[in-house]
Design a protein around this ligand. Structure first.
Ligand SMILES: *[C@@H]1O[C@H](CO)[C@@H](O)[C@H](O)[C@H]1NC(C)=O
Ligand SMILES: *[C@@H]1O[C@H](CO)[C@@H](O)[C@H](O)[C@H]1NC(C)=O
Ligand SMILES: [Cu+2]
Length: 705
């Protein structure tokens, strides 16, 4: 490809009169739209001063100049000289000064999303091309970011590139570089990790494989938020939740230091409404906290960047109040709600002093923390190449019977904590041969004491992730755990997230082949669904955005799953510079996944069972409730505790299948579990499932002591 000489400045010497620097178009802008739907804004009587890539003489009009800009894959900006008919083609490489000047009209690429933005659907009109073995969809102005298996030089057109993909074994995706005339062939190994993004220089080529909704599910378009959802929780609400609160740190997309305030976004997943709020009154930078929902629905957020601080969010007032400081300052600790309604936390050497972060308990009744001298942290440390700073982070904790806590990982061994009196710790069993930091962990069947775990990596970062998965079964506190290795995931995943679904399957989203904080390298876009009955994994439809470090997932009341976040760069303090930050791995967004159970075999939406009434919305652990259906097709019921998530930890979520049911027509009389260690007090989604496994929309049920 011949590189064109850079041609100096647009008519700087020809200026007549005074030109004023501007940052927005002072007049009325018009829009030029190409046949494919690529949009350019045209601002009359203004000029971009600075180097042009090319000057095309004899162009008839401003729109004709816009069409020439569109035809040139390098062109992001153009200037039309109304006196000479010169059309100046410019890119984004040189800074241009935008000024008023009656002689010129300015043209700029102005699509819905800026260049570089990740996308889930082609924003332009696609064309189809049938090559040797398959039909390809060609989406102009977009790129698949990620490793190429092969780069072929001197390919004349995008269709020639599609043809090349068609004749290359394993090629499901390709990218054509219109400037360098290079065809990038993407292989099967990497295709689960390719990120689709706006980039005018390239055209993306994809095998036109129809998603089978009934087996792979379906993702919404990307939902964009004002802050990176590093942490998130669903706000308890009757008859069903409608909102999620998500938060980052003091910055929407940055952290560092202890700033004493936190950026939140309030996202209503029913209406799509999004708003931002800064929470400053608790003087708590809540980046890298523990999160636990209390029996009364308040959310306790502990430590993080202001490491001793705690904040309590009250869903009935939508306000935060400062809670009592923890006895030990912590960051990256896990907390979990107990059978007696108290909250246990342990670990967290990422913030505050390092090491010795033994357990302590919060009692909501007295609003106090009590240190447990016998709940030692030492036994649960991993062996991390960064040392103690990381070794007590993100414990996999599950509140269980009689105030106990089962520790399922990420260390090699599992443990029992006692939280009564001065506390205790005892070994429970052997999980695996390697530490699995930031692996997924979920109690998918509390009635049977079943915990599912998978992925993670031996060291916190810069460490190959594992594909291994296990089911741990626990009985009475203090008794040995039983660990069963189950089939591996297809993909190794560090920093993945898990959401247990009403039918007991677990959806694992995101994660990367090698854990490496603040990167999207080898981020796995293909989720996998684990079925604990058949012990099989099924690959789901790919999500659009890599969800690695600082991502979350949460089950929503309509039995869909929110998956979002990733990124958040360290800049030292609120005045720090983000010059060294890779903003392309910041994901202030999410997508919602509809699992296969929501679809009929033909891909249409399945008819859901409908819960028309609950005999009570707030009941004691062990009570009996009557659930009335507006249709009779409900055969099984389950409770899933409403979740909170950060750093692959969601200690609030647990599924409690309901097994003691007497059906009487549309009414189902359900006996709830009698042990608060199984039915941890708090707010649950109550789901009914039809005989073919279609879940209802949940009703909220509060379990109290
Ligand atoms: C799949 O999701 C897309 C994006 O939200 C939506 O337009 C489409 O209707 C969905 N398909 C089905 C069958 O639900
Ligand atoms: C409950 O735990 C306490 C202390 O951890 C112990 O003394 C007591 O025996 C346990 N009770 C039951 C019923 O297991
Ligand atoms: Cu973090």
């Amino acid at each position: 490809m011949v590189r064109l000489n850079t041609i100096k400045a647009t008519a700087v010497l020809l200026h007549i009169g005074v030109s004023t620097a501007i940052t927005a178009c002072p007049g009325a802008e018009t829009v030029y739209t190409s046949t494919e739907g690529v949009r350019y804004a045209i601002c009359p009587d203004t000029d971009y001063q600075g180097a042009s890539l090319q000057i095309i003489p004899g162009v008839a009009s401003t729109t004709a100049c816009a069409a020439r800009c569109e035809a040139d894959a390098r062109c992001a900006k153009g200037v039309f000289d109304t006196q000479t008919g010169d059309c100046h083609i410019k890119d984004n490489a040189v800074a241009l000064a935008w000024v008023t000047n009656g002689r010129f009209d300015v043209i700029r690429l102005n699509n819905n999303f800026p260049e570089g933005t990740n996308i889930a659907y082609c924003p332009f009109s696609q064309t189809s091309y049938t090559a040797v073995s398959a039909t390809y969809k060609i989406c102009p102005g977009t790129d698949y970011k990620g490793a190429s298996a092969q780069m072929v030089q001197g390919v004349a057109s995008v269709t020639a590139c599609a043809q090349l993909c068609g004749s290359t074994s394993g090629c499901k995706k390709a990218v054509y570089d219109n400037v360098a005339q290079v065809c990038h062939i993407k292989d099967t190994y990497n295709s689960a990790t390719l990120i689709w993004a706006m980039n005018k220089r390239f055209d993306s080529i994809t095998v036109d494989a129809k998603i089978n909704f009934a087996t792979q599910g379906n993702w919404t378009d990307i939902i964009r938020l004002p802050v990176i959802p590093v942490a998130a929780y669903v706000v308890p609400q009757f008859p069903e939740p409608t909102r999620m609160l998500v938060f980052s740190s003091w910055g929407d997309d940055t952290f560092g230091g202890a700033a004493g305030y936190t950026q939140f976004a309030d996202y209503n997943f029913k209406t799509g409404a999004v708003s931002q709020r800064t929470v400053a009154n608790t003087k708590h930078d809540m980046f890298c906290p523990g999160i636990s929902s209390l029996a009364d629905g308040r959310i306790l957020i502990t430590g993080g960047s202001n490491a001793e601080a705690t904040s309590l969010y009250n869903p009935s007032t939508n306000l935060f109040v400062r809670g009592p400081d923890m006895k030990i300052a912590r960051g990256y600790q896990t907390s979990t709600t107990l059978s007696n309604g108290k909250v246990f936390t342990i670990g967290g050497s990422y913030s505050g002093e390092r090491g010795g972060k033994n357990g302590e308990v919060y009692d909501p009744a007295t609003n106090t923390w009590t240190l447990l001298s016998g709940a030692l942290v030492e036994p649960i440390l991993t062996t991390d190449n960064e040392g103690i700073w990381r070794e007590d982070n993100h414990g996999w904790l599950f509140g269980w019977k009689n105030g106990s806590v089962f520790h399922a990982g990420p260390s090699i061994k599992q443990h029992w904590y006692g939280t009564i009196g001065t506390g205790s710790v005892a070994e429970a069993g052997m999980r695996d041969g390697d530490d699995a930091m930031c692996g997924i962990n979920v109690m998918y069947d509390a009635t049977a004491g079943k915990i599912f775990t998978a992925g993670g990596s031996p060291d916190y970062t810069n460490s190959d992730a594992t594909q291994r998965a296990h089911i741990t079964t626990i009985g009475n506190p203090g008794t040995p755990s039983t660990v069963e290795r189950v089939p591996d995931m297809t993909f190794p995943r560090g920093f993945a997230n898990a959401a247990v679904l009403p039918d007991g399957t677990t959806l694992v989203t995101g994660g990367q082949r090698r854990s490496l904080v603040f990167t999207d390298t080898d981020g796995i876009l293909t989720p996998e669904l684990f079925n604990p009955v058949t012990k099989t994994w099924t690959q789901m439809a790919p999500e659009a955005v890599a969800r690695n470090y600082h991502s979350v997932s949460l089950l929503l009341p309509d039995a869909t799953v929110w998956s979002g976040g990733g990124g958040l760069c360290y800049v030292g303090s609120p005045t720090g510079s983000d010059a060294k930050c890779d903003k392309s791995v910041d994901h202030a967004d999410g997508q919602i996944f509809s699992p296969p159970y929501l679809f009929n075999p033909d891909g249409t939406m399945a008819t859901r069972p409908v819960i028309s009434a609950l005999s009570a919305t707030s009941v004691k652990v062990g009570a009996t409730i009557t659930v009335t259906m507006s249709n009779n097709d409900a055969t099984t019921f389950s409770l899933i505790r409403i979740g909170s998530a950060t750093h692959s930890i969601n200690s609030d979520q647990r599924r409690v299948p309901l097994t003691d049911i007497t059906a009487n027509g549309a009414a189902h009389i359900i006996q709830l579990p009698t042990d608060g260690g199984v039915l941890i007090p708090g707010h649950y989604y109550l789901f009914a499932l039809s005989s073919n496994g279609v879940p209802s929309v949940a009703r909220t049920l509060q379990a109290t002591l």
